[in-house]
Each structure stands twice: as structure tokens, then as C-alpha cells.
Ligand binder design. Sequence first.
Ligand code: EPU
Length: 339
Amino acid sequence: MLKVEANFQLGSLNTLKLECIAERYAHVSTTGELREAVSEAHQHSANINLLGGGSNLILNRFLPGITIHMGLRGRELVEESADDVVVRLQAGEDWHETVLWANAAGYFGLENLALIPGSVGAAPIQNIGAYGVEIAQLIECVHVVDLRCGDIQSLTVAECCLSYRNSVFKTPDGKHLIILAVDLRLSKRPFVNTSYPALREAVPNESATPSDVLEAVVALRQSKLPDPRVDANVGSFFKNPIVDNVTAAHLQREYPDMPQYPVDANTVKLSAAWMIDQLGWRGAEKCGVAVSEKHALVVINKCARYASEVIEFTNKIAYSVAEKYGVSLDREPELVGSD
Ligand code: EPU
């Protein structure tokens, strides 16, 4: 029997540690419970919010409707050949524990994505990526339930429309889909990807193993990014902006030290951290919200209670970047609820 709680405090279930009251809240650990929660929402014509690890959310004070906390667990092998496997990961599994599990089982490809906070179900939504790898490269398909009709479907990787920190699940075409499980194709043959410059420096050895890379990524993240269990944060607060070649060339002339990364023939990714850092924001603090001393792209909630304080401070950062560089910064985490 599904337990639905009214006026549930989500403060401990989001890594930014913001106070938020969910009108109704249900933790689901089976697909049966999930169906019950969805039909309960339909009966009350209530909207549905999905909560995973809470590591990519900015919660406003009040979350109307029913908040479903995804707790589906399980990992299974669904296909195996001499070269690779397909593993099915339920949405409520912890991401980093899954990376460790795959490595220990001898299924390779996830090492560069170690220590990313959050759950498996959230990974395709923003197409998690780090140190030269995006989950888009590994997804075979994503199993979803369509909230409008209750049907379970599988989306191919193409249908997920994955791009830099984006997917169909963030758009009106996919907002009605709840991710149940993700199938990943992983290699049984050990290989490493050390193309990202900071990782190549950390793992210079030609005969490095996937475990060496996993360890190096964990060490890099621990040295560069604040731990969300200690300093409340949601990882990168802004996306790295993508601009056209002409804009990039103009900025490069004006700021020769500005890091730039070509995306394709026409566009270039800029470093939001670099611009924020140049403007002197690193370590700055206002009303209990601060830019991390360790990394200028990470915003830490020191003692703010509500999302509005975070938004006010970070809008100032984005405004100053737009003013100086003419580039607009988009937030990476999703702002939900009402103030
Ligand atoms: N930099 C600064 N100041 C800083 C930090 C970085 O000038 O305080 C400069 C660095 O010198 C470097 C550049 O910014 O030239 C890039 O820094 P970094 O390698 O840390 O990568 P990033 O672009 O800031 C992205 C992801 C991270 C991911 C790293 C590594 C986004 C929004 N962020 O950060 O992902 O871990 O690359 O691949 O794409 C996340 O999404 O939450 C996240 C942490």
C-alpha cells in the first residue's frame, strides 16, 4: 500500500539543502507503487514532480501536486557477447555506486563519469558528462512510463535527443515521461579515454587500466569540486555557453587566455568557470550563498533557506558575465515549484 504524506519537507532530499514543502509526497520502490502514485495524481488532477537524488534541482518554497521519490532498485545483465554487455539499471540506483559496480564486474566505459552525484534515472535527463565522456555514448535505450496513458515504452538513444546537458526529457515533448530504467552498452574489453587534458596529466601512463582512470577521476573531482555532503551544492551551476565561431574568434582576440573548446564546425564551447573567475566571483558570498573557493562554477549554500536567495545571487553573476563578455549563462539545475 502506497504511503502518501502531506506537507512533506524536502530539505534533506536536495543537495542544495533548500527548504521546500511538497504538497504530497510518496516514495516508490516498485512499479506497482509508481502506478498507484500516478493514478492518485490523476484522480486529484494534480501535477507530478519526480525526485531522484535531488542533486540537480533548485527547489522553491512550495512544490504543488504529488512529488514521487524514485526508489526503483536493481541492476541486471540483459545481453552479453564476447565483446560487450548491455546492463539494465533501475532509475533509483545511485549513479556512483553503479560506476563502481560496473568496474568491479569488468564492464568498462563509465570510469570518467565516476563520483557524479545523483541517480541513474537522472543521468539521461541532462546527459551527464565529465572528463571527455557523455552518457549519450553508452545508452542503448531508456525505459519510460508515459504519464498520459500509463504505457511503458522504450526510447532509443536517438529518440532521447541527447546533446550537451540536454535531452527530450527537458522539453515539452518529453516532460510527460518518467524514466524507469536505463540500458547501457558497456565493453568487456578494458579501454581508457584520457582525452580530457586534466585527466591525461593525471594518468600519463600508456598502460593505464580503467581502474586507474576511475581512481584519477575520483581524485580530480575531490580536489576540484566541493563535496555536496559537506558543502551544499548542485555541481556546475551554469552550463558552459556555446557560441558561434565569429563570436568565439572575437572573444579570443580580446581575451587571448580564454579557454575555448570547438564543438563542431560552427560552434565553440566557452568556459563559464573562467569568465566567472576572471570577474572575481570565486569565494564571494551574499546572504548565505557563495561561489566555491575551489571552483568558480559551483555555488554553495552556506546558510540560505530559500531558492530566492540563490537565484538573486546567481542572477548577479550571470548579469556581470553578460555585461563583460556579451555571453548569456544558462542555469544547469532545474528550478521547480513556486515561491
Ligand atoms: N577554471 C577557472 N576557474 C575555476 C575553475 C575552472 O578558470 O575556478 C577554468 C579551468 O582553468 C579550465 C576551465 O575553466 O580551463 C574548465 O574547467 P574544468 O575542467 O573544471 O571544467 P568545467 O568546464 O568548468 C565541466 C563540467 C563538469 C565536469 C568538468 C570535467 C559543465 C557545466 N561542467 O566543468 O561537470 O566535471 O567539465 O569534465 O559542463 C557538473 O555538470 O555538475 C559538473 C561538475
